[in-house]
Structures are given as structure tokens and as C-alpha cells.
Design a protein around this ligand. Structure first.
Ligand code: BT5
Length: 331
């Protein structure tokens, strides 16, 4: 479904601006359009799932909002400079990362957000897939264009985990734990995964696509995920307003990203460690080429994981899969 036109959006804004009935006369006057244009806009809003009641000759009242990731819902009260200022919404797509990457290649601006209600080919790392049931979670990808070397991609993945943890805390009152480098967990179960993809020159990033999947309101997982995944609604017993969550994520991402661009990862490291509580844990880190075992010393100021091996070496790792030796990742 295409985006709302300017008139449709203005009608919605007016109906949202105050509860109660808004007369046709008020709407036509304030928006300087005809009655027919107002009633056409109302019909379109209803098609989109807005509960607009009409009271005989009295006018219109907005009774309910749809549970969708529509741009106009996310942008209502959004106070960012660039993240989420442009949003592309899909009812269904293959993968928001794939869509965002092709828009980035065509010159999409920094901060563009691609969201979908469901993905038919949601992707994890290394060819793994991301379960993406419809109309219940957050699936989105931000385009960023930092004028920084390619290592920034790994660091921005780390700060994105922090932003998701903070957003879940603010909007759902949920305490989570970050698992280096790209997961957010509750009591060892995965609630969010992050997939960063990029196009870079040797010394500089062209664009980054930060893909984020967060289980918000799903209550039941496919069998293979039942033991390892969770959602905000399962943990708190309450559904999360998905548009509110997305708005919070936009503003968290913008402020952390700006801090990172001006000061590097160092100033974010303590915040990140607070949510990861990883220092001192015995870990095994699979890097693809080898498994490194040892004691985690936490992150260095560049965001590399430092592991002290039994023979006393300190290894710096930029990306990999961490397993805690205790076999769990619980609070
Ligand atoms: C990730 O990969 O965790 C990155 C996931 C990124 C998904 C977002 S959704 C929006 C954007 N568009 C995309 O196409 N992708 C991004 P990885 O660390 O490889 O973990 C993948 C593994 O997590 C799978 O093999 C499953 O075991 C598990 N998994 C799959 N779906 C899950 C879900 N909904 N919740 C929790 N765990 C899941």
C-alpha cells in the first residue's frame, strides 16, 4: 500500500491533534480542501486500518490506530535530525537489508529506515535465516554513511545492540543483556539479532545497512527456536506498541551514532559493558577459522573483544560467535 498523500496525512494529524469530533467544516477550512477531498482521505485512512468514526452530520472522530509500522505512526513526535526522517514501509518483502542495500546503492540518504511487517527471506549471519512472522515484531534496516574506515561497521553493530537494549528498557521496561557482538538476550534467550552489511572502499565506508530484528509481540516460536528465543511480550506479559518502540530506537541510534562519530567507540564502551557484563567470563569464541578459549577481559576502546588464553596471550577479536563456558548466558 503506497504512503499517505499530504492531504491524507494532514487529515490524520488534525484528527490526532485533539480527541473528540472534528467537523467537516473544521477540516475543510484548516486544510483548505473540499469536503470530497476530506471524505476521500478518511476512506483511505480506514482502508489503512485507522478507526475513523463518522457521526452523521457532526464530523469525524479517530477511535483507534492500526498496529502497523507505518511511517506516519513512527514519525508522530519523532525528534531526530535524520534517523527515520525518511521511512520506506513494506507489508511484505524478502529482506529489509536487501531493500535498504539497493536503496543505498541508488543514493538513499543517511538515516533512511526500511521496515517490513513480515520478511519472506529474513537473513542472519553466514546464510542463517531470521524468523519473521507478520504484524507482530520489528524488522528494519537503517542506512548510515559514516566517513570512517571499514572497522566502523563492527563498532556500529556494537552500539546498535546498546540502542536496542535501551529502547526495550524505555518502552517495555525490560532488562536485557547484550551478547557480543550482535545479539540481545533475556535470560539466555535471544530477543534481537543485528546484521550489518556494508559497501566500502579500502579506507572508507560508502554505506552501512544496519539490519535489526526484535521479537516484540510474538508469543509462539517455531519449534527449533522455542528453547532459544523470546519476545518482549512473553517476558513482560504485555504487548509493546511497535511504532513507539521504533521511534525510540530511531532516537537512541541517532544519539549514540553521533557520539560515536565524534568520539569513537571509547566513550560508549562503559555503557556497553554495563549491558554485557562479560568481563571475567570464561568463553569460547569461534572466529570461523579457529576456536579461541580463555577468559574475557571485555572490550578494548576500539570494540575488539579481548580474550586472555590459558598460556597468557591476549587475543583481540573483531567478530565471532561467543559461547560462555558455563554454557549459559544468564543474569
Ligand atoms: C542474527 O544473525 O542474529 C542477525 C539477524 C538480523 C535480522 C534482521 S531482521 C531485519 C533485517 N533484515 C534481514 O534480512 N535481517 C535483518 P545470527 O547471529 O546469524 O543468528 C541467526 C540465528 O538466530 C538463527 O540461525 C536462529 O538460530 C536464530 N533465530 C532466527 N530467527 C530468530 C528470531 N526471530 N528470534 C530469535 N532467534 C532467531
Amino acid at each position: 500500500m503506497s504512503e499517505l498523500s499530504r492531504v491524507e496525512r494532514s487529515v490524520l494529524d488534525l484528527l490526532r491533534s485533539a480527541p473528540g469530533i472534528h467537523s467537516s467544516a473544521e477540516l475543510t477550512e484548516k486544510l483548505d480542501v473540499t469536503r470530497a477531498a476530506v471524505s476521500k482521505a478518511v476512506a483511505r485512512l480506514r482502508d489503512r486500518g485507522y478507526g475513523v468514526e463518522s457521526k452523521a452530520s457532526a464530523g469525524y472522530r479517530l477511535a483507534s490506530l492500526p498496529d502497523r509500522l507505518y511511517p506516519e505512526l513512527i514519525q508522530h513526535g519523532l525528534q531526530t535530525e535524520f534517523t527515520g526522517q525518511e521511512i520506506v514501509h513494506f507489508a511484505k518483502t524478502d529482506s529489509t537489508n536487501t531493500q535498504a542495500a539497493s536503496l543505498a546503492n541508488e543514493g538513499a540518504p543517511e538515516g533512511l529506515l526500511v521496515v517490513a511487517e513480515t520478511q519472506t527471506a529474513g537473513r542472519g549471519r553466514l546464510g542463517r535465516s531470521w524468523s519473521s512472522p507478520a504484524n507482530t515484531n520489528f524488522y528494519g534496516s537503517f542506512v548510515l554513511r559514516p566517513s570512517l574506515p571499514p572497522i566502523a561497521a563492527a563498532q556500529i553493530t556494537l552500539l546498535t545492540g546498546l540502542c536496542v537494549a535501551r529502547s526495550l528498557e524505555t518502552v517495555a521496561g525490560l532488562r536485557t543483556r547484550i551478547k557480543w557482538p550482535n545479539d540481545v538476550l533475556v535470560e539466555g534467550r535471544k530477543i534481537c539479532g543485528i546484521l550489518t552489511e556494508s559497501s566500502s572502499e579500502l579506507d572508507r565506508v560508502n554505506w552501512l545497512v544496519i539490519g535489526i530484528g526484535v521479537n516484540l509481540n510474538v508469543r509462539k516460536f517455531p519449534e527449533e527456536l522455542e528453547e532459544i528465543a523470546t519476545s518482549a511480550a512473553i517476558e513482560t506479559g504485555k504487548p509493546v506498541d511497535r511504532a513507539d518502540f521504533t521511534r525510540e530506537l530511531c532516537s537512541q541510534l541517532e544519539s549514540h551514532y553521533l557520539r560515536f562519530v565524534s568520539g569513537g567507540f571509547g566513550p560508549l564502551r562503559d555503557d556497553w559493558e554495563r549491558y554485557a557484563r562479560m568481563a571475567g567470563e570464561e568463553v569460547i569464541v569461534g572466529t570461523g577459522s579457529e576456536d579461541i578459549e580463555g577468559r574475557s577481559l571485555g572490550l578494548d576502546s576500539d570494540g575488539f573483544l579481548q580474550v586472555e588464553t590459558p598460556d597468557g596471550r591476549i587475543v583481540r577479536i573483531v567478530a565471532g560467535d561467543v559461547t560462555l563456558k558455563k554454557g549459559v548466558h544468564r543474569k
